[in-house]
Structures are given as structure tokens and as C-alpha cells.
Design a protein around this ligand. Structure first.
Ligand SMILES: Nc1ncnc2c1ncn2[C@@H]1O[C@H](COP(=O)(O)OP(=O)(O)OP(=O)(O)O)[C@@H](O)[C@H]1O
Length: 237
């Protein structure tokens, strides 16, 4: 299967500090589902930032959608970003927009009319259990509700790549399972998915997903970090 992401000897440091990611070499296969695990501080969020182009590597090369990014000018990055859905750990909802308008945003940016947007956004809000909160502003929503709006916004446009940082950290087990079904459905439609999580239950409930495990800035399986997920008896991540 062709690669949607390729990392070649990638390293990242913030400012003049030590490298927080070092010598990452891996390929993500188009249409596959990956979990990214590892202890707190291992570099998971930093790796996701490289994937959704919020950070550029301090060394090495990254190819995304078959294009070499190291040589790409800054002005080329927004077009890449529009092909990526992101669920941020801190949600990043737009405060002055309602839940409906936050979810509608990617469709509006891609030029869809209000008539085309209405149905899919209502359907997505219903799926994440927020049909009756469509007009609520983020500040009036609970943390779990904000997280569900953030997920709905990330998946609404069926991005080619979905990157999610602890996307179920604020919801109960039943909702977490529902959200994972949403990701699995998106994956069946062809979206490549990368989910950073500490939740063993989520991993065990997603057969066929691949594992990437980070420890102190390095992928533990340096040959490519791909293996099948552990069963329910797996050691804590
Ligand atoms: N903007 C930044 N400036 C400087 N150092 C940073 C910055 N962001 C992260 N770091 C450092 O990089 C390392 C990796 O952090 P990162 O947030 O990527 O880890 P993580 O695995 O996502 O952790 P967690 O599971 O707690 O979210 C940590 O040592 C952290 O202190």
C-alpha cells in the first residue's frame, strides 16, 4: 500500500534545548489506522504537530501525500493543512461561534453553501450526542461536549488524514466507544487515522489498528514501529 506519510531521520528540538524527537524513520500506509502511545513527555504531541504541520522538523525529511515538505515554501502549507483533520488536546474551538458553526467551518472554507452544510452538520452533531446544543457557544459547553464538537469539526469534511491527540480524554467509556466507531467509519471511507492515547481499552477495541510506541523521543521499534495492537492483557501504555 502506498505511504501517506514518510519520516526519514527526523529530529525535533524546541529552541536550543535537547532533541525531544530523534531519528524517527517510519511510513504510514494510506488508509490505515494507527495508535500512538508512550509515557507522558515521550513526545506524542510533538510528533502529531509534525504530522499536522504546526512544527517543522529541525532535521530530517518528511513527505506528506507524496510531496517533499522540507523544500516547500511556507505559503504551500495551508493547502496541505486543508487535507488534514485535527483534534487538538485543548480543542481550540472558536469562542464566538456556536457548536454548529464550529463544526460547519471546514465545509464553509471549502466553499460549500449553507444549504449543503445544514444536513451534514446536524447529522454529525446528532452522532456525537449534541443535537440539542447546536446553538451553544463553547464557553457554555462542558469539557466533554467541547471535545465532541472538536471531533465533529475534524471529521466533517472526510479529510485524507485525521490526527487526534487524546480525543476521548474527557468523555465517558460509552461515548469513547461511540467516537471510536465514528473514526472507524471514517477509516473505512479511506481516511488514514493517527490517534495518540493512553487508553488501553480503546486500543483493544480497535482490531486491525497498528501501534506506534514512543519513549523519550524515539520510536521503540526502529524498523518502522508497526505491529498489531496488544490484546486486553497488554501492559499499560
Ligand atoms: N513548545 C515547547 N517548548 C519547549 N519544550 C516543549 C514544548 N512542547 C513540548 N516540549 C517538551 O517536549 C517533550 C515532549 O512533549 P510532548 O508534549 O510532545 O509529550 P507527550 O508525549 O505528548 O506528553 P503527554 O502525554 O503528557 O501529553 C517534553 O519534554 C516537553 O516538555
Amino acid at each position: 500500500m502506498s505511504a501517506i506519510v514518510e519520516f526519514d531521520s527526523v529530529g525535533l528540538r524546541y529552541g536550543t534545548g535537547a532533541e525531544v524527537l530523534c531519528d524517527l524513520n517510519f511510513r504510514l500506509a494510506k488508509g490505515s489506522f494507527y495508535f500512538l502511545t508512550g509515557p507522558s513527555g515521550a513526545g506524542k504531541t510533538s510528533l502529531l504537530k509534525l504530522l499536522y504541520l504546526a512544527q517543522r522538523p529541525t532535521r530530517g525529511r518528511i513527505r506528506l501525500f507524496g510531496e517533499e515538505l522540507s523544500d516547500a515554501p511556507r505559503s504551500a502549507l495551508p493547502a496541505f493543512r486543508r487535507r488534514i483533520g485535527v483534534v487538538f488536546q485543548d480543542f481550540r474551538l472558536i469562542r464566538h461561534l456556536s457548536a454548529f458553526d464550529n463544526v460547519a467551518l471546514p465545509l464553509r472554507i471549502s466553499g460549500r453553501s449553507d444549504a449543503e452544510i445544514e444536513g451534514p452538520v446536524r447529522e454529525m452533531l446528532a452522532w456525537v450526542g449534541l443535537a440539542d446544543r447546536a446553538s451553544a457557544r463553547p464557553a457554555t459547553l462542558s469539557g466533554g461536549e467541547q471535545q465532541r464538537v472538536a471531533i465533529a469539526r475534524a471529521v466533517i469534511s472526510q479529510p485524507e488524514l485525521l490526527v487526534a491527540d487524546e480525543p476521548t480524554g474527557n468523555v465517558d467509556a460509552e461515548m469513547a466507544s461511540r467516537l471510536m466507531h465514528l473514526f472507524a467509519a471514517l477509516n473505512r471511507l479511506g481516511t488514514t487515522i493517527v490517534v495518540a492515547t493512553h487508553d488501553i481499552g480503546l486500543i483493544a477495541a480497535t482490531p486491525g489498528a497498528h501501534m506506534m510506541r514512543l519513549d523519550r523521543g524515539g520510536l521503540i521499534d526502529s524498523t518502522g514501529a508497526l505491529r498489531h495492537p496488544p490484546g486486553a492483557s497488554a501492559s499499560p501504555v
